[in-house]
Design a protein around this ligand. Structure first.
Ligand code: DGY
Length: 313
């Protein structure tokens, strides 16, 4: 059986696939052109993609009838057409839990960078930009683990973030479609936006959450508030955010953007109060290695006829 992995993964997880006699092909570059993805998936039984790869019906059809499992190297699955997978009987899995501590750390880092204007005080010489989503991008050690905890379909667990916010003496409130059994006060979205000094986004990207923070809601935020987004860029209307950052909001810390990556010369780059990192929420070595192990375990389970531990569909 053949497996295609769209980027080199950190750690030894892929060795496990080879030891099982699977033929594993790995794309070694940082970026994978669409045409190459379409060519390489032909006839594969398993696919391990990263968030940057759009896995739609065309990819699935090019793979053909062999394809049994798409084992995402991510917790977010908005890059996969889940309906198309389901129609074709392809299982989709993801890597929940293992990256939420790392992402919550980055939420805090971005908040402090905006609130304390850290970046404006940093040496302005151009530096090497990170390709944050590449699994083996330059990685710090990341938080120690393991961290068992509640599951979610988004990368930025709200509870892990709330733990840090509380430790900093902040008062935490939350919103969601319906109140949840959380130990913080629930507020309807509009009330939360009107009163919070810091708004941190933790929702997965779905058709319902696309541009959740549209122009009207961005300008309904409390004047002088800070927005932090470590979830998905398309939760926010980027054009409206640029305007809101020119006086209405104090600043924004963004690990994710729409489009992503931002093209050179994008107006967000010109704003001193926007701190932008290249989707590095999960970019800790231990975290990225754990993600690889989880993706491989999910893939093997499906190919061996077992129920995968982290199914999405
Ligand atoms: C995820 O897993 O969804 C992150 O956004 C990328 O690591």
């Amino acid at each position: 059986m053949r497996v295609y992995v769209t980027r080199t993964l950190p750690g030894q997880a892929l060795e496990r696939l080879k030891a099982k006699g699977l033929e594993v092909e790995v794309h070694e570059g940082l970026f994978l052109p669409r045409e190459e993805l379409l060519r390489k998936v032909e006839g594969v039984h398993g696919l391990i993609p990263i968030v940057e790869d759009r896995i739609d019906a065309e990819v699935m059809d090019r793979a053909g009838k062999n394809l049994k499992v798409i084992a995402c190297y991510s917790v977010g699955v908005d890059h996969v057409d889940l309906e198309a997978a389901q129609l074709r009987g392809i299982r989709v899995t993801h890597t929940p839990d293992v990256l939420t501590e790392a992402t919550a750390d980055l939420t805090l880092a971005l908040l402090l960078a905006v609130a304390r204007r850290v970046v404006e005080g940093v040496d302005p010489r151009p530096r090497r930009a990170l390709a944050g989503l590449a699994p083996r991008a330059p990685l710090g050690p990341g938080p120690p683990g393991p961290h068992p905890g509640p599951r979610g379909h988004g990368p930025a667990s709200p509870r892990r973030w709330a733990k840090r916010a509380l430790a900093f003496g902040m008062r935490v409130v939350y919103t969601s479609r319906t109140p949840k059994p959380l130990p913080y006060p629930f507020l309807p979205l509009e009330d939360l936006l009107a009163t919070a000094d810091i708004v941190s986004l933790h929702a997965p990207l779905t058709p319902e959450t696309h541009r959740l923070l549209n122009r009207e809601r961005l300008f309904a935020m409390k004047p002088g508030a800070i927005l932090v987004n470590t979830a998905r860029g398309a939760l926010v209307d980027t054009e409206a955010l640029v305007e809101a950052l020119k006086g209405h909001l104090l600043g924004a810390g963004l690990d994710v953007t729409d489009p992503e990556p931002l093209p050179p010369g994008h107006p967000l780059y010109a704003l001193p109060n926007a701190v932008i990192t290249p989707h590095i929420g999960s970019a800790g070595r231990r975290t990225r290695e754990r993600m690889a192990e989880v993706a491989v375990e999910n893939l093997l389970a499906v190919l061996e006829g077992r129920e995968p531990p982290n199914p999405v569909v």
